[in-house]
Write a protein that binds this ligand. Structure first.
Ligand code: ARG
Length: 468
């Protein structure tokens, strides 16, 4: 006697699966997240079957109305997902039979769970790419707004985390706007390649029914049907590509998060976060911890792990479908949810964060950060070769260091002991303000550049037009 657990293939199977078989085999606990996409796909398939004369219009209408009912139950949380029914596809179809009657049995004509799941998962990933794109745009807007407000706020720029040259806070923030733009570009590229329909590939070889794959592709918003049915059911490169873009995005987020953590330390004291984005300590009353930044920094672990995990699942799999591919979902779901959360938290933190310009300014002046400006002055005014200027500047820095003062505070006669041709004019380039203002080269840190760039970004982003 066939039990409920094998009613889809009870013709050949006499016994229920072993408990442990059911446990390893079932995916319903997680693939129920695909229910909306599964139902969208089934509705398109049913409409196409009727359009092609493969099932009657009456049956198609009953199926579509039934699927809407099932969707409503799922949305309302009243749907009972059953592990014995293995996955989302069979759970939905089984319930459809209850609500739509005999017509439900015709839905699976010219279709397999293999092309069904490939279609559902593509639709899901596509929906998530769209959500990520919108979330990244919001983050870029938050960054660009802050950048515009702080186009002239001076801070130290670092290399090796050592003070290098002064930059503006706005310039620093806009660097991330650029990174997230490329991330959006990568997601958009992945979306383009992903946007072909596997539906109608059937189990692997296609079908003898006169289906219209172009119709289902169009109904589901795909650009075209995939051209090879074996490929249609067996590749998950679209998920890999999305996870790879997600990993790179998460890396960018982790760098920004790390900077917030550093900037928040009392030693730096460059920024403050309000109570909304910090936590206290249960034992140390003075503490204000940037937990959200730390967690955003850490999420990359899961996301890069998901990419790696799916790479290992797919490696060496023979064509076409293998059950291994069921392992594509949990990691992808988790990675995308983690990324969305990290982006949203970062967006909130950027809006919340306030720089402390005095601290940034003071730090920018330390560490002889205008030494390059001095060397450039020697090149420009005294026509020295840059290598010689570098050497002379090094000696002047050494002198300032021995006197325990900044370059700006070193008297002219002291500098002249190293290079007698230096004049009073040199002081015009030694302040951090003059230093940043002089960096007007395209893409440089000069406040007027930064303001223009920030405004340009905001104009594009607020129109929603700049995706890459
Ligand atoms: N739950 C399965 C998956 O996620 C659906 C496809 C099952 N196909 C099959 N031939 N058993 O991959």
């Amino acid at each position: 006697m066939s039990s409920e657990s094998n009613k889809m293939w009870g013709g050949r199977f006499a016994m229920s699966p072993a408990e442990i078989m059911e446990e390893i085999n079932a995916s319903i606990a997680f693939d129920k997240a695909l229910a909306p996409q599964d139902i969208r796909g089934s509705k398109a398939h049913a409409a196409m079957l009727a359009g092609a004369g493969i099932i009657t219009k009456v049956d198609a209408e009953a199926i579509i109305a039934g699927l809407d009912k099932v969707a409503a139950e799922i949305a309302a949380g009243t749907f009972e997902f059953k592990r014995a029914l293995e996955d989302v596809h069979m759970n939905v179809e089984s319930r459809l039979k209850d609500v739509a009657g005999a017509a439900a049995g015709r839905l699976h004509t010219a279709r397999s769970r293999n092309d069904q799941v490939a279609t559902d998962f593509r639709l899901w990933v596509r929906d998530e790419i769209d959500a990520l794109n919108a979330a990244l745009r919001d983050l870029q807007i938050a960054l660009a707004r802050k950048a515009e407000a702080h186009a002239a706020t001076v801070m130290p720029g670092f290399t090796h985390l050592q003070p290098a040259q002064p930059v503006t806070f706005g310039h620093h923030l806009l660097a991330y706007v650029e990174m997230f733009a490329r991330d959006r570009g990568r997601f958009a590229d992945a979306r383009k390649r992903l946007n072909e329909s596997p539906l109608g590939s059937a189990a692997l070889a296609g079908t003898s029914f006169p289906i219209d794959r172009h119709a289902t592709a169009a109904a589901l918003g795909f650009d075209r049907p995939m051209s090879n049915s074996l490929d249609g059911v067996s590749d998950r490169d679209f998920a890999l590509e999305t996870l790879s873009a997600a990993t790179i995005t998460a890396i960018h987020l982790s760098r920004l998060a790390e900077e917030i953590v550093i900037w928040m330390t009392p030693q730096f004291g460059f920024v403050t976060l309000s109570d909304k984005f910090t936590t206290g300590s249960s034992i140390m009353p003075q503490k204000r911890n940037p937990d959200a930044a730390e967690l955003a920094r850490a999420k990359v672990g899961r996301i890069a792990g998901a990419f790696q995990s799916l790479v290992m699942v797919m490696k060496g799999l023979p064509l076409a479908y293998s059950k291994d591919m069921q392992e594509d979902k949990e990691v992808t779901f988790d990675a995308i949810a983690s990324l969305k959360l990290a982006i949203a938290a970062m967006t909130g933190m950027i809006a919340d964060l306030e720089p402390v310009p005095e601290r940034m300014r003071a730090a920018a002046g330390r560490g002889f950060s205008t030494a390059t400006d001095l060397a450039d002055w020697l090149v420009r005014v005294l026509a020295m070769p840059f290598r010689d200027a570098h050497h002379v500047t090094g000696s002047i820095v050494k002198l300032a260091e021995s006197r325990g003062c900044d370059l700006e505070a070193l008297p002219l006669d002291a500098m002249q002991t190293i290079e007698p041709r230096i004049t009073q004019d040199v002081y015009t380039v030694l302040s951090v303000e003059n230093s940043v203002e002089s960096r007007t080269s395209y893409g440089g840190t000069a406040p007027q550049n930064v303001r223009k760039m920030a405004q340009g970004w905001l104009a594009c982003l607020e129109l929603g037009s700049k995706s890459g």
